[in-house]
Design a protein. Structure first.
Lengths: 128, 489
């Protein structure tokens, strides 16, 4: 599953990203617990740092459900970089979740977020 | 005054409704307990996915036990897990943080909030034991019974059928909270030698008569399957006298007083290689010839190979069904269920169990102690429906005693045919006799027989010899004049 971010109306990428992540948090943490959601976020950061090393400072100052560190760092980047890095981060999360519980169920859990933020998913699901 | 009628829900777990005594009472507050790995979470999920619909939604609360991600990962391996139902008719809610705070009133309040939000018809809390343990560890002075009681009141008032799932290691691990529940279901698993056997007990289910005792169940990719004791409708149209079935060996039919009465159980006992399976094959082939369908429950030989081309062909054409199993984790009830399903599916009237020794080996060690009792129950259930059962039993030839079965199963059967080896003129010959035929006359002859390409051929009585059953008969010098006796039990 690949998340394709609709870049036509991102506005402030940092603000948009945090709103989106909070919605992800709202969807996932009631189901898999705050600790479970935080672990997924951390792992997503870890995987994305290879491509965007500046995300390192975000993972060093993590707080559960609070994406202020991410907002700060994204705000320092160019619009294009911030948007690309955030898309990579979301993709990483969707990939990890998909690996654990299957792409189909992962897509189902995150569907309300994508719908709200005008994102689409690409790729095939393993279970329907 | 109209009395309340309790609606019963079909659980979707094969065999469970029968064990529960007719399904799960609606709005009941149940505890599902057992040691780790006993199948509690799978039980709950299977039931939930079977019952949940958008109009009858389910909330599955998880608390500190198995991480929800893992639970979702592994439960998806079962065929009943339907992704489409998640977030539509089924919602998973994690109580991790509320539980970790160690405050049961916070947990209760969170559950109440979610229940008000979604108005579920089904509620699961996995595990409530974690909630109680976390509170104890946090030093909270809570009363477990009070917590469960309040939870019960809340959920009943919201008309939710509820399952609280908890790890309890042993049966002696009783708790006052067990009194609060309407239903208490224990899941257990025992290990003996290399076999693991899962058992379920409905300790209580208010308002209905459950099947007492331990019921074995199996977990496959389809989920749980419970094996309830075989209860079959009795054949009320049983004709009297019972019609006789041919064994496919005319002389043997005569020796049996005209064949084997329908609905009888027959034990064919004899040493290895004496021709028991061939007689069983003849019994099935004869049934097929007259339009009956048969079933072989084979526990040893390859059923297609050992019984000759006729039976192999009948198996291939579906006239004879085969239950072929060589595992060592079965229970008699499970085998009985396999038999009953095949009997009903094929409309079978002749059943062969070949052999009892293999049957016993296929059972998990823990069931071998109750072998006779379970076998008696199964035989009674099968023969009451009018099915005729032939069982073979392998015996070592002991010439100093006349035994028919190593399990004392001989008394369970309506009739017995014995096969033995005897030494005559430096040849190992076979003899056969009808030993028992309940409520029927039968021959008391000990007849030589041989096996050729077309099956069993009964030869003459060996009147010229005496002491056949010693295995080494001696030649008589005086000719017997006594007529062939026919005894009647």
């Amino acid at each position: 599953m690949t998340i394709v971010q609709d870049t036509t109306d991102v506005g402030q990428p940092a603000e948009a990203a945090v709103t989106l992540w909070r919605d992800v948090w709202m969807e996932l943490s009631p189901i898999i617990g705050a600790a479970g959601a935080a672990a997924l976020y951390e792992r997503s950061l870890f995987l994305t740092i290879a491509e965007y090393p500046w995300l390192k400072s975000v993972s060093d100052s993590l707080e559960s459900g609070d994406f202020n560190a991410l907002r700060r760092e994204l705000a320092r980047q160019t619009r294009a970089d911030a948007t690309a890095a955030n898309a990579a981060l979301l993709n990483a999360l969707a990939q990890i979740l998909g690996k654990l519980i299957g792409a189909s169920l992962a897509a189902r859990l995150l569907q309300p977020v994508w719908e709200k933020h005008g994102h689409t998913t690409q790729g095939s699901s393993t279970r329907s | 005054m109209n009395k309340v009628r309790i609606n019963h829900l079909a659980t979707g777990i094969p065999g469970l409704d029968a064990v529960l005594g007719g399904g799960l009472p609606e709005f009941s507050f149940n505890l599902l307990v057992g040691p780790p790995g006993s199948g509690k979470t799978t039980f709950a999920h299977q039931l939930m996915f079977a019952l949940a619909t958008p109009a009858c939604s389910a909330l599955y609360f998880t608390a500190l036990g198995e991480p929800p991600l893992k639970m979702l990962r592994y439960q998806q391996q079962f065929s009943f897990f339907d992704n489409e139902k998640v977030n539509r008719s089924i919602r998973f809610i994690n109580l991790g943080e509320d539980t970790a705070a160690g405050d049961t009133s916070r947990v209760l309040s969170r559950i109440a909030t979610e229940v008000k939000k979604y108005s579920p018809a089904l509620v699961f809390i996995d595990s409530f034991r974690s909630v109680l343990l976390a509170s104890h560890q946090a030093g909270a002075a809570i009363n477990s019974q009070q917590f469960i009681l309040e939870l019960g009141l809340l959920l009943v008032s919201w008309n939710a059928t509820t399952f609280l799932i908890g790890e309890y290691a042993a049966e002696g691990d009783s708790s006052p909270i067990f009194c609060v529940a309407d239903g208490l279901i224990w899941l257990r698993q025992t290990t003996q030698r290399n076999s693991i056997v899962r058992k379920m007990e409905i300790v209580k289910m208010r308002g209905q008569a459950t099947l007492p005792g331990l019921h074995t169940f199996r977990i496959t990719e389809e989920g749980l399957k419970v094996f309830s004791p075989t209860v079959l409708p009795t054949d009320s149209n049983r004709q009297q006298p019972l019609p006789r079935l041919s064994m496919g060996v005319a002389v043997l039919d005569e020796m049996m007083g005209g064949g084997l009465p329908r609905g009888y159980s027959l034990l064919v006992a004899g040493p290895s290689g004496s021709g028991k399976s061939i007689l069983a094959a003849s019994f099935l082939a004869e049934g097929a010839r007259v339009g009956e369908t048969g079933i072989i429950a084979a526990f040893e030989q390859r059923p297609h190979q050992a019984r000759g081309p006729v039976v192999a062909e009948l198996i291939a054409s579906g006239r004879i069904g085969v239950i072929d199993t060589r595992t060592s984790t079965l229970s008699v009830d499970e085998i009985a269920m396999l038999l009953v399903q095949s009997i009903q599916r094929l409309g079978a009237t002749r059943v062969v169990i070949d052999s009892l020794s293999g049957f016993e080996l296929a059972l998990a060690p823990t069931f071998r102690e109750d072998f006779r009792e379970s076998l008696a129950r199964m035989l009674a259930a099968l023969t009451n429906t009018g099915v005729t059962v032939l069982m073979t039993s392998e015996l070592e030839d002991r010439y100093y005693e006349l035994g028919f079965s190593p399990y004392g199963t001989a008394f369970l059967t309506d009739s017995i045919i014995m096969q033995r080896y005897v030494e005559i003129d430096s040849r190992l010959e076979r003899v056969m006799a009808v030993v028992k035929m309940r409520a029927s006359g039968h021959s008391n002859e000990l007849r030589l027989f041989h096996i050729d390409d077309s099956g069993i051929k009964i030869d003459d009585r060996l009147a010229t010899h005496a002491a056949l059953l010693t295995g080494s008969p001696s030649r008589r010098h005086r000719k017997l004049n006594r007529p062939i006796a026919v005894t009647h039990e």
